[in-house]
Design a protein around this ligand. Structure first.
Ligand code: TYM
Length: 329
């Protein structure tokens, strides 16, 4: 299969991003053709500082390589290095009813959060994401649950373009894990809400965070009434979230984890979750430390990635231009 996925450059990768999508994206590399993108254009929809964006983008490349994204297997590139993304987004805009964008959950949430900056880009965000995807003609788009709506719109826009101008685009499938397999890792403080890097730091765990901080954050994670370590997202969202995290990191089924901690109570279970996370994340941290000093190497990977991504995207874009009816010279 051809696979495409993306991540925004800002904020440190947290265990929601990792367990919900990127751990699988690492596994998918061996037997698929993968395009992985750092979505710096998307990051502009909320206020950014110009002097920090490039650094954050490079840092995201470090993070992706540290978790195991392998440039020998995958094309790792930066969205703004491939201008076809914005070009196709414009064409897709003209096929997108405004009402469909206004209904998007992420738009509604972000426009509440950033009331002082409800810009057109925030509304148009999913159309750019559709362009990101369609240009590469992928079969699958592995993402967390929060992105399903965007992939559905992508399929809709592919259909609409194909019907209006002639068939070019594939209708890719969102590849989403099951709920207990990390589709949505929840906030540590409010386990009914998804873990999000734009929320306060005590609600999420960065995958490269200090061991002491991981311990503290897990210890202070919201749990539920009662004292059984049991998986029941409706009645015990806090403990269920921790069980999901443990199960994914240990690569053991939730039932087995439940059994292991059945009679032990919350505090020893939380301690075990923290210890497991710390030991599994430790090698990623040391990988990151090494890569951080290799800026020339990092830039070269992104240069090669841009070249490969541009080759594919510009071919699709050329075809789209022709179908739309732009003058050829
Ligand atoms: P972003 O940067 O918010 O998140 C990156 C990936 O992490 C997943 N994710 C989660 N999964 C489970 N639980 C959570 N709490 C959680 N939080 C985040 C996201 O679903 C995503 O898979 N718009 C995208 C970036 C993007 C993209 C694309 C993705 C741009 N173009 C094209 C796929 C294809 C975003 O903001 O992801």
């Amino acid at each position: 299969m051809r696979i495409l996925s993306g991540i925004q450059p800002t904020g440190e990768m947290h265990i929601g991003n990792y367990l919900g999508a990127w751990k699988r994206l690492v596994e998918l590399q061996t037997s698929n053709e993968c395009f992985y993108m750092i979505a710096d254009l998307h990051a502009l929809t909320v206020p950014q500082k110009a002097n920090e964006l490039a650094q954050a983008t490079l840092q995201k490349a470090v993070e992706l390589l540290s978790i195991g994204i392998d440039p020998e297997h995958s094309t790792l590139f930066v969205q703004s290095h491939v201008s076809a993304h914005t070009e196709l987004a414009w064409i897709l805009n003209t096929l997108t009813p405004l009402g469909e964008l206004e209904r998007m959950t992420q738009f509604k949430e972000k426009s509440k959060k950033y009331r002082a900056n409800i810009n057109a880009g925030l509304l148009d965000y999913p159309v750019l994401q559709a362009a990101d995807i369609l240009l590469y003609l992928p079969d699958g788009v592995p993402v967390g649950k929060d992105q399903i709506q965007h992939v559905e719109l992508t399929r809709e826009l592919a259909k609409r373009f194909n019907a209006t101008y002639g068939a070019i685009f594939k209708e890719p499938k969102a590849l989403v894990a099951k709920e207990e397999e990390g589709a949505k890792i929840m906030s540590l403080k409010d386990p009914k809400k998804k873990m999000s890097k734009s929320d306060p730091p005590d609600t999420w765990i960065g995958i490269f965070e200090d061991e002491g901080i991981i311990k503290r954050k897990i210890a202070s994670a919201t749990t539920d009434s009662g004292k059984d370590v049991a998986y029941n997202p409706a009645k015990k969202p806090g403990i269920s979230n921790l069980l999901t995290i443990y199960s994914l990191v240990a690569e053991q089924p939730i039932r087995a984890v439940e059994k292991k901690f059945q009679k032990k109570g919350y505090a020893p279970f939380k301690k075990a979750v923290a210890e497991l996370l710390i030991s599994k994340l430790r090698p990623l941290r040391s990988e990151k430390k090494q890569l951080e000093s290799r800026e020339v190497y990092l830039r070269e990977i992104l240069r090669q990635g841009a070249k490969k991504a541009n080759a594919v995207a510009s071919r699709t874009m050329e075809e789209a231009r022709r179908k739309v009816g732009f003058l050829q010279i």
